[in-house]
Design a protein around this ligand. Sequence first.
Ligand code: NAP
Ligand code: MG
Length: 463
Amino acid sequence: MSTVTTVVNPATEAAIAEIPVQGVDEADATVARSLEAGPAWRAVAPADRARLMRRFAAQVEEHAEELAQLETGNVGKPISESRDEVGMVAEVLYFYAGAVDKHRGATVPVAGGVDMTFHEPLGLVAAIIPWNFPIAITSWKVGPALATGNTIVVKPAEITPLTALRLAELALDAGIPEGVFQVVVGKGSVVGTRLAEHPDVAKVAFTGSTEVGREVMSRASGTIKRVTLELGGKSANIIFDDADLERAATATPAGVFANGGQDCCARSRVLVQRTVFEEYLALLADAVDAWTVGDPTDSSIKMGPMVTAAHRQVVAGFLADGMGEPGGGPVEAAHRGSVPDGPGFWFPPTVVAPARAEWRMAREEIFGPVVAVIPFDDEEDAERLANDTPFGLSGSIWTRDGARALRMARAVQAGNLSVNSNSSVRVQTSFGGMKQSGFGRELGLEALESYSDVKNVFVSTEG
Ligand code: NAP
Ligand code: MG
């Protein structure tokens, strides 16, 4: 029985598309087409594969504004961010096009012969994508998968399928053969679970919540699939009293409220040295007031709505039950931004300060524009607080003391740290989590390792 999903614009609450939803049989048929396309794709000469990927990147550039508008209409993120993200998609494809013929093996000194290694494609990769950065995260998996000779089936979040679908059309227009990059739209509980279990899928590249990641990993274990997991976070933004306080405060909203806080790298715990706590809060209030919320198609706007009404409800719950156990109860906002009236799933940027590290809202991933500001005494205290979480995705350190910056950068258990900056993601550098934020690295040359197996071949030279 075929059904459709209604795609909604979160800023207007209007239905913007009806997309057919696929089930297990359709997912299986997609997997079969992918397998069929595999041998020919793998046999494409490296320079030709690189050329096809560059053409794909050029298609993205040509359709950049259309893709950005689709993303903003579907996710509600500011158009300026969608344009940046689509720009990144093209950069990712160019980067991995350039990597196709540079992913070299080794010759290894051994006795009795010659030993060499090859990076072999895995086969068919299933990519499971969340709703917060649909097109960008799709490209992070498609780029290295295609470059290393795999075929890929992408399952976007059911609520945000539009840009992945368009991207697959552009790949075909660029000359990438049928079946090499396909999209399956359907529920995670139906087609997501099927892809994670399917015996013909060699690898699952998952980005999403830690809870679902755990399930994907366990389903993938049946056939020992390769798995990479990019999961949740509760990252710390650590501000020392020797930092440029104004710069750190001005940068804080972008570090936690960008994409409405619906960002795995959101620095949702700001740790501030007690000696400058009040001064920082005053500066932060001004910065939050400048963090404008409204119509995401307006290029001057900083923040759009939450992705759905249900998600807004979840975010609100972190204030209503902010303390959690023990004791329980709501938390008060120390400062709030403003939101538009009328339709749209709006939620204001919200500062809770001083927050206590043991509160639920300071421990769990909120995935909305709510920040917990927590005082600390010294470097040791900052390190303890920063690492007192099961997550380890990203974080920032603000200080003018270079040695302290390096000590803290080595001490904080997270995959991506920045000093005097809140930037986590670049095409050229690896991205991924420690602890329960997942494993495997995306982007950079490192991602190529997660999409290939090393084969070792020994050739005897004995007569
Ligand atoms: P989610 O609920 O885990 O969903 C992620 C994807 O998994 C969606 O495509 C979803 O499909 C699918 N899915 C759901 N249940 C599944 C199952 N049982 N088996 C297989 N697939 C299943 O996450 P989300 O709510 O979309 O996104 C928010 C989370 O993603 C946050 O925790 C955030 O931190 C994390 N995230 C991490 C990164 C990173 O790089 N570390 C980046 C972005 C987001 P449906 O939605 O269609 O059901
Ligand atoms: Mg979900």
